[in-house]
Design a protein around this ligand. Structure first.
Ligand SMILES: O=C(O)CCC(=O)C(=O)O
Length: 232
């Protein structure tokens, strides 16, 4: 039997020299897949590339000094707020939040760097920066940001803790991805990732990436968005 197979392979190789045995490489083995992304096996090359190109993470975007500089500015405001456990649209659990317009010159420089990376020239960044403080037990449930509050881009700096963001296709629920958001990283979510996938920050007990538990401690995200009136 083995002989027969060998013979027929030889025959094929002679007759069709341009054909190779088709190997089915799993999507997780693709060299273009960034290390911070884990995809469900139902993605094909196109759906995977569409997602990966619209959800980019810049690790070590902030230095420790820059992280401290932002924390020093925002902590006094956050300390006056209580963590809440019921969000008005039931989207967040264990959080406190504020918005900030005026920043120290050093922190303004950091935010300008974020905007330069995230927004193209024809985009109007919202002046208010959203600060979201999730306590150790806090998490964000799956949602798609309403288009009346935010344009096509959402960017977030992650302070104080690593976490896992889960993206799930809003219609094809078996297309889902885990994104590792390391402390001091910046993510830029736009286009397909922003409009076609829900996003959520997993609670510490579900915070798993590539089989490893990612400890989610208190985490502060500093989020810049663009205007909903930008043309999309
Ligand atoms: O904390 C984060 O980075 C996620 C924030 C979020 O879900 C949102 O802005 O819609």
């Amino acid at each position: 039997m083995q002989c027969l197979i060998k013979k027929s392979l030889k025959y094929c190789a002679k007759r069709f020299p341009h054909t190779k045995a088709v190997e089915h490489e799993p999507i997780s083995a693709k060299p273009w897949l960034p290390a911070y992304v884990q995809l469900s096996e139902t993605f094909n090359e196109q759906t995977a590339k569409d997602l990966v190109n619209s959800m980019i993470v810049y690790e070590d975007f902030l230095s420790e000094t820059e992280e401290n500089s932002i924390l020093t500015e925002i902590e006094p405001y956050l300390q006056n707020l209580h963590y809440e456990f019921d969000h008005w649209d039931d989207a967040i659990h264990g959080y406190r939040e504020t918005e900030r317009l005026n920043w120290t010159p050093e922190n303004n420089k950091i935010l300008d760097r974020v905007r330069a990376v995230a927004f193209t020239r024809n985009v109007t960044p919202l002046k208010f920066v959203h600060i979201l403080d999730l306590n150790k037990n806090g998490y964000i449930k799956p949602h798609i940001d309403a288009t009346r509050f935010c344009g096509d881009t959402i960017t977030g700096l992650s302070l104080l803790s690593n976490s896992v963001m889960r993206l799930v296709h809003d219609v094809m629920k078996d297309l889902y991805a885990s994104i590792l958001l390391k402390r001091r990283s910046l993510y830029v979510m736009k286009g397909i990732a922003r409009f076609e996938y829900t996003h959520e920050i997993l609670s510490n007990d579900k915070s798993i990436f590539k089989g490893k538990h990612i400890e989610k401690d208190r985490r502060i995200s500093v989020i810049c968005r663009n205007s909903p009136s930008d043309e999309m």
